[in-house]
Design a protein around this ligand. Structure first.
Ligand SMILES: NC(=O)c1ccc[n+]([C@@H]2O[C@H](COP(=O)([O-])OP(=O)(O)OC[C@H]3O[C@@H](n4cnc5c(N)ncnc54)[C@H](OP(=O)(O)O)[C@@H]3O)[C@@H](O)[C@H]2O)c1
Length: 349
């Protein structure tokens, strides 16, 4: 397993990160334990959670994912053996996340409350990487399904100084070791970097955004920021939520994400999505790879990627996804990915 630096923090993380957002809904606690034990045995030392998981977000299930991880490392006595990431939700209506709030925002008080609750569920004194899940400002490009920029009211946001200053206080107190961004833009990332430099605060160490063969917005703007500023991409949805495995080409497998929660996948079928996914599946076959190997190794081989966040609902999927790490990325594979990108750009955005 390759180990890569997490920004300038001195922390080393595996280039494959274990995603957890199915634990507590599609996956039981026993299955989460099995995934964790197996991933660690394969050299994965990086685990990505969030206060709102599992998905789809729901007040009934919220917090289960962190609770599973907390119980697992307490039983195993291995908290020092892995790098634990979690996230505080951004602007939203998920008011059940807080004791009392009309809206979820990144106010200092809400960040403090969210962190305390995550630490409790995770049964730990510290979170290695604490990420802003998506921005507090009403930035339209947060997450998927964004194609054209339309400006928002820049007065309608918690000041970035207040957000970063609060996180920096937690770095100083030792409750978090590093700060991460997610679903962030080039402007937001650079602004946080400037604030960190001007105030002598901890700087963001990573950006967790969507990235895969059919969702390549990160290549434009953010990729250079990631390389020059040492704020690498933690790529989520590297398999386009399953589409890039080929599982939906002819059918919808029972109990797959599309079968269970179809609507949130429609972005992969809009615009040229279906054609772009099919081009990836055909290219993998020509290259002598499985579609999963082609998609995962493409992400891991980008210069700006620190870690590729895989997700699995079965042990076979997890094994296949970790095995994909062992493929050598070749010139022919690069050419094939480039050809698809030139033809389809970023249909899932
Ligand atoms: N920051 C954010 O906003 C954000 C957003 C999304 C995800 N994330 C993080 O990124 C992680 C991964 O995201 P993701 O789940 O969307 O990643 P993904 O790799 O694009 O999709 C994973 C899903 O695809 C299916 N799958 C995975 N491997 C497979 C295989 N080898 N063969 C067939 N099907 C396979 C499984 O779903 P089924 O078995 O149900 O089909 C699995 O849950 C999450 O757990 C979370 O930690 C973060």
């Amino acid at each position: 397993m390759d180990m890569r630096p997490l920004g300038r923090t001195g922390i080393k993380v595996s280039s494959v990160c274990l995603g957890t957002m199915t634990w507590g809904n599609q996956n039981t606690q026993a299955e989460a334990y099995e995934q964790l034990d197996y991933a660690l045995s394969r050299g994965v030392n990086f685990i990505d959670a969030a206060e709102m998981y599992p998905v789809p977000a729901d007040s009934e299930t919220q917090g289960r994912t962190e609770e599973f991880i907390g119980r697992w490392h307490t039983e195993r006595g291995n908290r020092e053996d892995f790098v634990l990431a979690s996230k505080v939700a951004g602007r939203s209506g998920m008011t059940y996340l807080r004791d009392k709030a009309d809206q979820i925002r990144h106010t200092p008080a809400q960040i403090n409350e969210a962190l305390e609750k995550s630490l409790r569920r995770l049964q730990t004194d510290y979170i290695d990487l604490y990420q802003l899940h998506w921005p507090d400002r009403p930035f339209p490009g947060a997450g998927f399904g964004y194609h054209s920029y339309h400006d928002y009211d820049a007065g309608d946001m918690v000041a970035l100084e207040d957000i970063l200053g609060t996180l920096n206080d937690h770095v100083k107190s030792g409750k978090i070791r590093a700060i991460g961004l997610s679903n962030e833009s080039s402007w937001g990332t650079m602004k946080y970097m400037q604030l960190a430099e001007a105030n002598g605060w901890a700087r963001p160490a990573s950006i967790q955004n969507a990235y895969n063969l059919v969702s390549r917005r990160f290549d434009y703007g953010l990729a250079e920021v990631a390389c020059r500023e040492d704020v690498g991409l933690l790529a989520y949805s590297p398999l386009a939520q399953g589409y890039l495995t080929g599982k939906y080409r002819d059918d919808i497998p029972k109990n797959s994400r599309k079968d269970l929660f179809g609507n949130f996948l429609s972005r992969y079928e809009a615009h040229d999505g279906v054609e772009a996914v099919n081009a990836c599946l055909d290219a993998a076959k020509e290259l002598g790879l499985t579609p999963t190997q082609f998609a995962l190794k493409f992400v891991e081989s980008r210069d700006f990627v620190t870690s590729n966040i895989i997700g699995a609902t079965t042990m076979q999927q997890l094994k296949d996804n970790i095995d994909a790490h062992d493929i050598d990325w070749t010139e022919d594979m690069e050419k094939a990915a480039d050809k698809i990108h030139r033809r389809y750009r970023s249909p899932a955005c």
